[in-house]
Design a protein around this ligand. Structure first.
Ligand code: ADP
Ligand code: MG
Length: 675
């Protein structure tokens, strides 16, 4: 009797003929545990082996299958030793070339008619050649469908895997549309468009891709719905606190900031945990938004944890928030991996008293030795490097017993469709406006040959009382890479401009030293800060109005945009010089000009998406998007809107059907949607 795809999920592969423990182990390498997994293991490519090409018709670049006899076998010495086997089919000859020799190839000799499988025709010195084709006798029937090529693994070849998948297919019905599609994709009829199949653009493939992307979105949406059912502290916002905090800030909030604060405070009043993402371009004033929300939380008697990705940033947040909050009578603490045991004890003491306070720090905030007694709100700044699963882990770790509200702030603008996939479990607020009075940053793209001019311009800039960031893309000089090292640069710059005051900051320095240098720069005790990309996020010195980035071609556009956002923070004209290493490729040139022509993070992200695909825009560590069966975010991003629609349709289906389909597509990550 035939089973449905869903039934096959409960059938271990060991049920199939010929699958013993060793083979089972190899299948596991491909994440294949059940018969359903086998039929969900989709071809990565297709070949047409239904036709025999006459050698006379073969041309370079063609993929061909031939039927011919060996006429000569010769060992070629050449640059690399190889075996050259000349074959002739009566219409002409062609050379089969083998660099790695098996006994089968060494046994080739003039005589019988052979079937020579599939290879690309190339031009060689003595005529056309094919490298490493498969060879068999010519008796086998030509297939009536395209040949699927699967992802394989050590100890499991195409032939073996193909026969296993066929065995599995024979056990599966084809009632459900998806079952029928799987049958067709594993045994593709010659009526299908081969080119579409090979490019994953065939409607059958697109259907599965949409389904898979939709499954991921649903799992995120479900996560969100579950969160909305849980209980958490409920906040009543206090107008006086709001007023006093705005006075402490010393500026008027933008319309966008006010709107976002309103959205957050509304979340905090529902009694259910907030899961909200604030997207705001570099310099849009996310910290001020956080400050107002923090003040409200403290007023409500909560403890608040604010986490930044680096010591440097955490320290900066501490420096800014502490003076804002202290006039309101609230304590701000700092905690990093480097905090001394005594400081930790002191902090723990405060926390134990259940007094409202803000703790600013790094990951150390959520280590086991820190226990909050009334944690109401967790804020994570610049955490675009986190994925869904990491967020959940953090939430679990932070709040045994009760659920805190979570606010995530990112400056990496994420195009809407992608945000849906990457952050579908979060509500989103966008700060779509910069504080008034900002001057645009003039960006120029120059080659290293103009380095001397740039240095002179920098001197001029400093003599006018302004400050400069000089950003290098590597810490130490490297023989193989052309990037200039920061310590070499600072030496060179000091030599050419002895009257200016230089500081150096990079990731390998002790944290105290970094912070001291940063403070000196903020106090204008330094004119030029030579730095690596450690200053990428959050650093805020309004008087710094020129940034020189060496070898910008090494960095992603989002990262460059972040870096550039360190200038243009005051009311003076700001400049960014992208000092590229020569020669610069076409794509690199295009990318740098996007940055030169736009200062809008969203536009930059969209363009970068077009040029490089979502992997680059989102970063590779976005959990929740990994482990895809057939979809590929780079290739299939254009199907995301349809996937989103499909996800909403699915949510109308009975719960058990949804769960079954989620389980099919999501495998082990599925438990997040159920937890
Ligand atoms: P982000 O973290 O979004 O990049 P910040 O919160 O660091 O931006 O703010 C950038 C700068 O703008 C800071 O110096 C901040 O004090 C200032 N700022 C923020 N909001 C306003 C505002 N509404 N009016 C004037 N300046 C503001
Ligand atoms: Mg910031």
């Amino acid at each position: 009797m035939l089973s449905s795809l869903l039934d096959l999920q409960h059938e271990a592969v060991s049920k199939l003929r010929g699958v013993g423990p060793a083979l089972q182990q190899r299948l596991l390498q491909l994440s294949i545990l059940t018969t359903a997994d086998l039929v969900m293991h989709l071809p990565r490519d297709y070949q047409d082996r239904s036709v025999i090409t006459r050698i006379a018709d073969a041309r370079p670049g063609m993929m061909v299958q031939l039927q011919a006899r060996v006429t000569e076998v010769r060992q070629d010495q050449g640059r690399r030793r190889s075996l050259a086997v000349t074959v002739n089919d009566g219409s002409g000859f062609i050379i089969l070339r083998f660099y790695h020799l098996t006994s089968r190839q060494l046994g080739l000799s003039p005589g019988p008619l052979l079937r020579i499988f599939y290879g690309e025709v190339r031009s060689g010195a003595g005529g056309f050649e094919i490298y490493h084709p498969e060879i068999s006798d010519s008796s086998a029937q030509l297939p009536a469908s395209y040949l699927p090529i699967y992802p394989i693994t050590e100890g499991l070849n195409q032939l073996r895997l193909r026969s296993l998948i066929h065995q599995a297919l024979k056990r599966m019905r084809a009632d459900h549309p998806m079952e029928s599609i799987l049958h067709q994709l594993h045994t593709p009829s010659m009526a299908l468009d081969l080119q579409q199949l090979r490019n994953f653009r065939h409607p059958l493939q697109q259907e599965l891709i949409i389904e898979e992307l939709a499954a991921h979105q649903i799992s995120l949406l479900k996560l969100r719905m579950q969160t909305q059912q849980r209980k958490s502290l409920c906040l009543t916002s206090d107008p006086t606190t709001q007023q006093r905090m705005i006075e402490a800030l010393g500026f008027t909030l933008t319309r966008a900031q006010t709107k976002v604060i309103g959205e957050i405070l509304a979340d905090l009043q529902t009694g259910h945990p907030m899961l909200r993402l604030i997207q705001g371009d570099v310099g849009s004033g996310k910290t001020a938004v956080a400050a107002l929300v923090i003040a409200q939380a403290l007023h409500a008697g909560w403890q608040v944890a604010l986490m930044a990705p680096t010591d440097l940033l955490a320290e900066q947040h501490y420096q800014r928030l502490q003076p804002w909050l202290s006039p309101l009578g609230y304590a701000t603490h700092f905690l990093s991996g480097r905090s001394r045991p005594r400081e930790r004890l002191l902090l723990q003491d405060h926390l134990n008293q259940a007094a409202p306070c803000l703790v600013v720090g790094t990951h150390a905030l959520f280590q086991d030795d820190v226990a909050y007694t009334r944690l109401g709100l967790v804020i994570i700044d610049e955490q675009h490097r986190f994925g869904v699963h990491q967020r959940l882990a953090l939430r679990d770790k932070a709040m045994p017993g009760h659920e805190a509200h979570l606010l995530v702030m990112t400056a990496t603008p994420i195009p809407r469709t992608l945000a849906m996939s990457a952050y579908g479990d979060l509500d989103t607020s966008i700060i779509d406006e910069l504080p008034p009075g900002r001057r645009p940053i003039t960006t120029v793209v120059l080659s290293q040959e103009r380095r001397h001019d740039v240095i002179q311009r920098m001197e001029h800039h400093c003599l006018q009382g302004h400050q400069v960031y000089w950003v290098c893309t590597l810490i130490e000089e490297s023989e193989t890479l052309s990037a200039q090292a920061a310590d070499v640069s600072v030496q060179e710059l000091r030599d050419s401009l002895p009257t200016l005051r230089f500081g150096l900051i990079h990731g390998r320095m002790p944290s105290a030293e970094k912070q001291a240098t940063m403070r000196a720069f903020a106090l204008h005790e330094l004119d030029v800060l030579v730095a690596t990309t450690v200053i990428e996020v959050g650093v805020d010195v309004p008087n710094a109005s020129l940034m020189v980035i060496e070898n910008p071609e090494r960095l992603g556009l989002a990262q460059l945009h972040q870096l550039r956002g360190r200038v243009g923070r005051g009311s003076i004209d700001s400049y960014c010089v992208l000092l590229y290493g020569t020669p610069l490729g076409t794509l690199a040139r295009q990318r740098l000009s996007i940055l030169r022509d736009s200062q809008d993070g969203f536009i930059i992200a969209e363009k970068d998406l077009e040029l490089r695909g979502p992997g680059e825009v989102l970063g590779t560590r976005q959990a929740g998007l990994s482990r895809l069966h057939i979809a590929d975010m780079e290739r299939d991003g254009y199907l995301l809107p349809q996937a989103q629609q499909r996800a909403y349709q699915w949510l109308q289906q009975p719960e058990d059907e949804q769960q079954a389909l989620l389980q099919l597509w999501l495998r082990e990550s599925h438990h997040y949607a159920r937890a």
